[in-house]
Design a binder for this molecule. Structure first.
Ligand SMILES: NC(=O)c1ccc[n+]([C@@H]2O[C@H](COP(=O)([O-])OP(=O)(O)OC[C@H]3O[C@@H](n4cnc5c(N)ncnc54)[C@H](O)[C@@H]3O)[C@@H](O)[C@H]2O)c1
Length: 354
């Protein structure tokens, strides 16, 4: 394939995720994509990042959307701008849109995006990279029908701060100085941090967890805590299925990102690689009655597969996830974050989490 048959990419927002995740993923897919435009509200960031990949830098969203060399748009701005930018990209008649998670901040916004995507015929995918990870895909094929099949699901994430992995991937241009963690001295502060943890980190795995739940109606939160300096501990149930979510980001070395699924007759585990580094796919296993099936990691991670899927849907292939799925995933995450933060607000603070 020649460079002229690649799809032109325009980025809206070119902070750490664009620089340390998407550009390295695209560097592995030069037969499919060419980065044409890089937009950021910071001119220095836009120009600096654009120069690295031979693209045009701009501070104007319209300039990217009007650029006829831009076929697909990647929305990588902060959460609150996602909905309006995805809608504008659809209205500009682009061939497909990739929106970083979460693709909206309310269910109403998500429904509006789905409606505009349907009206304009522009397909959208959300950057929930674990749903594209080859390890997860092999696991679900081997597991079979998932809905209602597990009694207990646990997701545990122990990671060093993002900046460590960003620095492994690239030299981040114009990185914002780290925010001083606000002292967790009020219930509101802890509830906000818990909400941020669920919508910022747990959201990667909630679509996977939802695949196993018979229903997401009637979430009952049993435990909800914010951990310092960043993390959470949430236990909830939906019907008779129990879910544990745990995350802790501290200055440790070893990363661990593990999803475990327990059913009466088998146990499954999926160990994801950390974000920001091209460390291949997850490694997965299913054990039952003394037998274990193991899914070895492949060299392609969820981000590379996500871009491949964007290329495919821009060429008319059906999307893996319908707008209804995307809205249901977002609604589940929003509902859980609201219930968990209100449970935290009404529970006494346990020792050891401050
Ligand atoms: N998929 C993943 O693994 C992953 C990991 C981290 C973050 N994210 C998501 O990616 C998005 C960006 O994350 P980040 O860490 O790069 O965030 P960030 O907030 O550090 O950087 C975002 C960039 O957007 C720019 N910006 C601000 N307002 C803008 C606007 N109106 N339009 C365009 N750009 C604007 C900022 O100047 C900054 O350069 C967030 O939605 C986040 O949730 C995804």
């Amino acid at each position: 394939m020649t460079a002229s048959s690649t799809l032109g990419v325009g980025f809206l927002g070119s902070g750490p995720v664009t620089q340390a995740i998407h550009l390295p993923a695209l560097a592995r897919l030069t037969d499919l994509f060419t980065v044409r435009a890089v937009m950021d509200v910071s001119e220095a960031t836009a120009d600096g990042v654009a120069a690295r990949v031979g693209a045009r830098g701009t501070t104007s969203v319209d300039e990217v959307l009007e650029d006829t060399e831009v076929d697909v748009v990647a929305v990588c701005s902060p959460h609150q701008f996602h909905a309006e930018q995805v809608i504008a990209a659809c209205r500009a008649g682009k061939r497909a849109v990739l929106c970083e998670k979460p693709f909206a901040t309310t269910s109403d916004e998500a429904s509006r995006i789905a409606q505009v995507s349907q009206e304009t015929g522009v397909p959208i995918i959300v950057g929930a990279m674990h749903t594209y990870d080859p390890g997860w895909v092999s696991f679900t094929k081997a597991w079979g029908p998932a809905r209602g099949s597990a009694s207990h699901i646990r997701c545990s994430v122990v990671l060093p701060p993002n900046t460590r992995f960003e620095d492994f991937a690239t030299e981040v241009a114009n990185r914002q100085p780290p925010q001083e963690p606000s002292p967790p001295n009020s219930v509101d502060d802890r509830a906000n941090r818990l909400r941020g943890g669920i919508l910022g980190l747990a959201i990667h795995d909630l679509p996977l967890i939802r695949a196993f739940l018979s229903t997401t109606d009637g979430i009952v939160v049993h435990t909800a805590q914010a951990l310092n300096p960043f993390g959470y501990l949430v236990v909830f149930s939906c019907g008779d299925q129990v879910v544990e979510l745990h995350a802790h980001m501290s200055d440790n070395w070893s990363p661990n990102w593990l999803l475990e699924v327990y059913a009466d007759d088998r146990v499954g585990s999926i160990k994801f690689t950390p974000s920001y580094v091209q460390a291949g796919s997850a490694e997965a296993a299913i054990s039952s009655a003394g037998k274990q099936v193991h899914f070895a990691p492949s060299g392609r991670n969820g981000y590379v597969e996500q871009w491949q899927h964007l290329y495919d849907i821009a060429h008319g292939e059906p999307a893996h996830f319908s707008p209804t799925d995307l809205i249901a995933d977002l609604t589940f995450a929003l509902d859980l974050s609201a219930k968990a933060s209100s449970a935290l607000a009404s529970s006494p603070e346990p020792a050891g989490v401050r």
